[in-house]
Write a protein that binds this ligand. Structure first.
Ligand SMILES: C[S@@+](CC[C@H](N)C(=O)[O-])C[C@H]1O[C@@H](n2cnc3c(N)ncnc32)[C@H](O)[C@@H]1O
Length: 278
């Protein structure tokens, strides 16, 4: 789509407006928007301009300049891509169940403690899938297990915390874990069982900022998040993940991501599963 097409739309967006938005998004979130995302960005932000009664992107960019602007929050929420599903890339959950948890039960036998972080958890399907696998191990019932679920976008964090999903969302929950999702009586939605939800703490967190967590994690899931980051941001992030993992801790990343030339502190175990080595 050419420059003129963006000027003729309901809310004119100049290339200078788009360049400013790109810069602001990168600075606030680490997300690196390419030029072909201009149409997507227009669509997502047009809703914000309509809600604010604005006429063009000059006006909108002006309010983004203020670091204390209340709009920054909605701006970030509008820009993030939150695509996710229960048991997405199911081989990770199979590995967790068949290999990693039995291994961790040996390794942590003295502390009887397991800590997992779902970083960039979106609407919560990922941490709920992790918690369902953990809950399905009867022998872990007296262990101290916690799953931390964080995302930059406050709307998706609230959704995950509520644990309520449309019927079609829960279709990808494997049969063996079906008992952990219950149909609500009053509508067609489904609710994740309390015994699973109790394992998870949902918090809003920008991965680029300081992390308030004190203890180490046995496992980190950071899947389909860094694809939007440039190399430098990825390098810093994976180095920080290695710092907060236990010495042999595991890292799960998305299907189109890899640590090659990004971080040498992990050993690949295949299929986007890594183990910290240093
Ligand atoms: C495509 S979703 C992936 C969800 C889930 N991990 C999965 O693989 O199904 C990417 C998530 O990363 C979050 N995200 C993007 N930049 C972030 C940042 N700087 N800090 C924390 N979360 C971020 C987005 O809000 C979005 O919910």
């Amino acid at each position: 789509m050419g420059e003129q097409a963006f000027l003729d739309r309901e809310f004119p967006m100049t290339s200078a407006n788009f360049a400013y938005i790109k810069k602001r998004v990168y600075g606030l979130t680490g997300i690196n928007l390419s030029d072909h995302k201009r149409s997507m960005v227009y669509g997502r932000l047009a809703r914000r301009l309509r809600a604010l009664g604005m006429r063009n992107f000059d006006e909108y960019c002006r309010i983004l300049e203020d670091d204390n602007s209340k709009e920054l929050h909605d701006f970030i929420n509008a820009i993030t891509t939150n695509l996710t599903s229960f048991f997405r890339e199911n081989h990770h959950f199979e590995y967790l169940k068949s290999t990693l948890l039995p291994e961790l039960m040996q390794r942590n036998i003295r502390t009887k403690k397991i800590r997992v972080w779902s970083a960039g958890c979106s609407t919560g399907e990922e941490p709920h899938s992790i918690a369902m696998v953990l809950k399905s191990f009867a022998s872990l019932s007296n262990w101290d297990i916690k799953v931390l679920a964080t995302d930059l976008d406050s709307n998706v964090v609230a959704h995950g915390r509520a644990g309520v999903y449309a019927a079609e969302r829960v279709e990808t929950v494997p049969e063996q874990y079906g008992k952990y999702v219950k149909k609500n009586k009053h509508d067609h939605s489904y609710c994740v069982d309390d015994e699973v939800r109790q394992l998870i703490t949902f918090n809003q967190l920008n991965l680029l900022n300081e992390w308030p967590m004190k203890g180490k994690f046995d496992i980190i899931f950071c899947r389909n998040v860094v694809i939007y980051f440039d190399m430098e941001t990825q390098k810093t992030l994976f180095d920080r993940y290695a710092d907060v993992l236990t010495p042999n801790g595991h890292l799960f990343i998305g299907h189109s991501e890899n640590l090659n030339k990004v971080c040498d502190r992990f050993n690949t175990l295949g299929r986007t599963i890594y183990q910290r080595t240093k």
